[in-house]
Structure formats: C-alpha cells, structure tokens
Design a protein around this ligand. Structure first.
Ligand code: ADP
Ligand code: GLC
Length: 486
C-alpha cells in the first residue's frame, strides 16, 4: 500500500536547523520513500526558509485570517522531496531564530505562531488545498503539538479525518502557556479539559499532542522507557503511562548522504575504515583552526548546545583534569552564557590544549567529527542524540552518558565487550565530576593502546545507523494507524 504523509516540523535540515529535530525532519522523506511512503514536509516561512524557495514560489492556498492573520501556502523542494511552507509575515517574518529574538529571548507570541502553524497543518490534512490529500499527519515536538488537537476537536469543515502520530524529540520543551491563550486557539470549549489541551491549569501544546494523537513515538527505545518516570517525564509521565500501549521508541537514523567521511565535502581529507591513517590530516586542520599544539595524547571534541541537558556545566569543571593527563579539547557550541564563559576561561588557562569556538558552524561540525579522536557527550538526558552517531560513522569514538539514545547506540569498552571485539565507545554511569573525569581517563588509557583503539573506531564505522530499520518501523506504524482508521 502506498501512503502519503504530511510531516509537520518547525525545522528541517537544508532549510532551517537549530538541532537534531532538523536532521530528523530533513532525513525522514528519503528514509520513508524507500518504504513506499510519500512524505511532504510542512515548515514555517521564516525569512531563511523563504529565501531558499527562490524568487517566485508558487502559492497554492490563501487564508484571509489564519487564527487572525493573513497567510499563504507556498510550495518548494528539499532536495527532490516536496515541501510546503506557511508564509505568514505577521508571525514568521522577523529576524532572529525560529523560536527566539536575536538576543535569545523566546518570542512572546510563540503560542500564536505555532498554533497557527498547527491549524494550517490540520486544514491541509483535511483537504483545504485541492489536489493534495494525505493519509496521515506526523507532528514533531511541541511546535506541532496542537495538530492532533485540531484534527480531532476542530477538524477542517467537510474534510476527511486522518490519523496522527506525535513524536517527542525532547520532553524538556513542552510549549506550556497560560490559560488566557485558550480562547484564542479556535478550539471548542470542550477542548478545555484534562483529556484535551489543558495541562496543569494552562495550555500544553506537547501535552495536547500526546493526549490526542493516535500514537506517540519518541526517538529511542530507552528514552521511551525513561519518560515513564517523574525524572524524565517532566510532568507528562502520567500521559505516557496512561497511553503506554500507544507509545513507541523508534531510534533515529542518520542521513548517510550528508554524513559519510568517504565523500563529505567539508573535510580536509576523505577516508574510510580501511584508510584511518588519513584522519591525521583532518586532525591537523582542527589543531590549526583551534590553535592547539600537536601532542601524543588524544584530541577530544565537542559539538553541542552548551546547556544543562548536555552536561556541559560538569564538563567545564573537568577541563583541568583533561589537560592535566595530556589530552586536548576542541569545542564548538553556543548556549548558556555562564557555560560559554567557563569554557573560554579554561581555554585561557590551557592555551594550546583547549580551544573553544562559540557559535554555530555546520561545516566545522563535520570537520570536528573527522579530525577528533573522541567526542564527549555527557548528557543528563538524551532522547536520541545524533552527534554520537556521526562520531561512530566518522571513527571519532563517543564517550557518553548511559542515558536515552546514547545508551542504545554506544557499546561500552568494558572488559567483556573488548574481549569479544564489539565495543564502540565509552559510557559513564552518572553525570558527575568524578564519573566524567574517570571516563576521560579511561579514554586516554585506551587511546594509548592503539590496536584496541583502532578496533573501537572500526566497529563504530561498520555499524549500521542508516534509516533502513527505523524507516520501516515508522512505515509499519503509519500503516497500522491508517488501517485502524479505515
Ligand atoms: P539536540 O537536538 O538535542 O541539540 P542532537 O545530538 O540530536 O542534539 O543534534 C544536534 C545537531 O546539531 C547535530 O547535527 C549537531 O552536529 C548539530 N550542532 C549542535 N551544535 C552545533 C554547533 N554549535 N555548530 C554546528 N552544529 C551543531
Ligand atoms: C532532540 C533531542 C535529541 C534528538 C533530537 C532528534 O533535540 O535532544 O536527543 O537526537 O531531538 O530527535
């Protein structure tokens, strides 16, 4: 059975990206095409997205008042996959990030921006645009959380009913707003209940999606289990438990066309698992770019948002230990000002050993995976995590916290795994100063056993993290929901 799916996401790599959601939304269409599913991606028309549509994009629909503002629906392409873009200048035509102003403050009207986005998605799925119909809607994260609510509680008049999937990429971001916004959402009064969009006295966008979608997925099996607990469920564990027969953990894949060291155009030198020695050239390029001395010790890298989730406050405290045992670090990231300052201070204390670039740089993120010996990912929680997967594919050994998708994808180099020859990285039990310092020390020791280190690299590079199995899992879920609806 061939299926058509509308994938609704606030970012998609190639158009706009702030993190892993974009990688996944960007990769899903190709992953699912291989399964006989035709995916159209729907994104908001931020200036950066509109710029990529070319001079005269085609408008296929107009709203005079989409939750009160005029809007148009534009068509475009992402690679060879179809894209729909919501052009609503009052909501999205502004400088800054997708969610925040140029100073980093969340836009005050984010509820309005993403409610309108979700309303439009529900209209499209219901058939508002002639000639376009969809069998299912796949909503990503809180920005698309109201899509299942509109589909179910305020469907497009005369439209067809379609099932929906709500994917949680990160439970920490829930889109929670005060009760006053409820009357402005265009939902019927009966939506204001705990079985609808109400959440702890306010409106919960992600909560609404979890409550009203036909299935909930999250991006790794371990995280699917973790969000049943108070610690990881962050207030929504009750819904996860209540709907547990509808919750699925489907691991993210990686886009192997974008992330392949043999062909990656960003690298100083391309290589494969059988030409690992070539990585040295990429390492030299990193040393130069970050002002690091050459040394016999390993070069650790970090590519991340500098936040509490990622354990970066703890890592900053381990810098003196890392430099003290002969290792070096090249860090690319941006985020909390305090954490940025802590890394910059460490770089000042350890010139030639610790190099820090504050910012966001896609090309450099590829080069770091190709030139680093190991990538540090001490996350307190990690729904899936993609940088460890890129590390594995690039022979940059992941050193990770045992949580979420990190636990599911990295095999710790414990004695049993080493002697069986299956280890791919290093895991730590807790995100504490001592656990992280110990993990760094373990990595340094292993690095000085070159045969074992090389084995880790090769094991990671030959592991399959392409979308094959996960694409098939999504397709099977879609099929089941469509059949249930019929
Ligand atoms: P999250 O989505 O929680 O930030 P993921 O590991 O799933 O974590 O995805 C992060 C994505 O963003 C990866 O593609 C990573 O390479 C990229 N990334 C993170 N920080 C930076 C940065 N400073 N510069 C370039 N790419 C970055
Ligand atoms: C979120 C999570 C990350 C995951 C990504 C894509 O940003 O923090 O772990 O890999 O979404 O699913």
């Amino acid at each position: 059975m061939s299926m058509t799916v509308l994938s609704v996401a606030s970012e998609a790599a190639g158009l706009v990206k702030t993190g892993g959601l974009a990688d996944v939304a960007g990769a899903l269409p190709a992953a699912l095409a291989a399964q006989g599913v035709a995916v159209t991606t729907f994104v908001p028309g931020y200036p950066a997205v509109l710029a990529k549509l070319g001079k005269k994009p085609r408008a296929v629909h107009k709203w005079d008042a989409l939750l009160g503002v005029p809007a148009r629906l534009l068509t475009g392409k992402l690679g060879d996959q179809p894209v729909l873009v919501l052009d609503a200048p009052a909501l999205f035509g502004r400088e800054g990030g997708p969610y925040a102003d140029p100073s980093g403050r969340d836009w005050d009207d984010n509820w309005h921006r993403f409610a309108a986005f979700a309303r439009a998605a529900a209209d499209i799925a219901g058939g508002t645009v002639k000639g376009r119909s969809f069998d299912l809607v796949h909503a990503h994260d809180w920005q698309a959380g109201l899509v299942p609510a509109y589909l179910r509680l305020a469907p497009f008049a005369g439209g067809r009913a379609v099932p929906s999937v709500m994917t949680i990429h990160n439970m920490a971001f829930q889109g929670y707003y005060p009760a006053e916004v409820f009357p402005k959402l265009g939902l019927p009064p009966e939506a204001w209940t705990v079985d609808g969009v109400e959440s702890y006295g306010g409106v919960g966008f992600l909560k609404a999606g979890m409550q009203l979608a036909d299935a909930i997925t999250t991006v790794s099996p371990t995280y699917a289990g973790e969000i049943r607990s108070v610690e990881f469920g962050m207030g929504l564990e009750g819904i996860v438990l209540a709907r547990s027969n509808r919750v699925h953990g489907i691991l993210n894949g990686i886009d192997t066309a974008e992330w392949n060291p043999a062909t990656d155009p960003h690298l100083a030198a391309n290589y494969t698992a059988t030409t690992l020695a070539v990585r040295r050239k990429n390492k030299r390029a990193i040393e130069q770019a970050f002002g690091l001395d050459r040394s016999d010790g390993p070069l650790f890298v970090v590519v991340t948002r500098l936040t509490w989730q990622k354990g970066m406050d703890v890592l900053a405290g381990v810098m003196d230990h890392l430099a003290g045992i002969g290792a070096r670090l090249a860090l690319l990231g941006s985020g909390d000002a305090e954490i940025e300052q802590a890394f910059l201070a460490a770089a000042t204390r350890h010139p030639g050993r610790i190099g820090v670039k504050i910012g966001y740089d896609e090309a450099l993120s590829h080069r770091l995976q190709a030139g680093g010996d190991a990538i540090l990912i001490p996350s307190r929680f990690e729904p899936c995590g993609l940088t460890q997967l890129y590390g594995l594919a690039y022979g940059c050994v992941p050193v990770v916290a045992r949580t979420g998708g990190l636990a599911d994808t990295v095999i710790d180099a414990n004695p049993a795994a080493l002697s069986a020859g299956v280890a791919t990285g290093i895991q730590m039990n807790a995100v504490s100063h001592n656990a992280l310092a110990m993990a760094v020390s373990r990595a340094v020791d292993l690095y000085h056993r070159p045969a074992e280190w090389k084995r880790l690299q090769k094991n990671g590079m030959k592991a399959d993290f392409s979308w094959g199995a996960s694409g098939a899992a999504y397709a099977a879920l879609y099929r089941q929901l469509i059949e249930e609806q019929a």
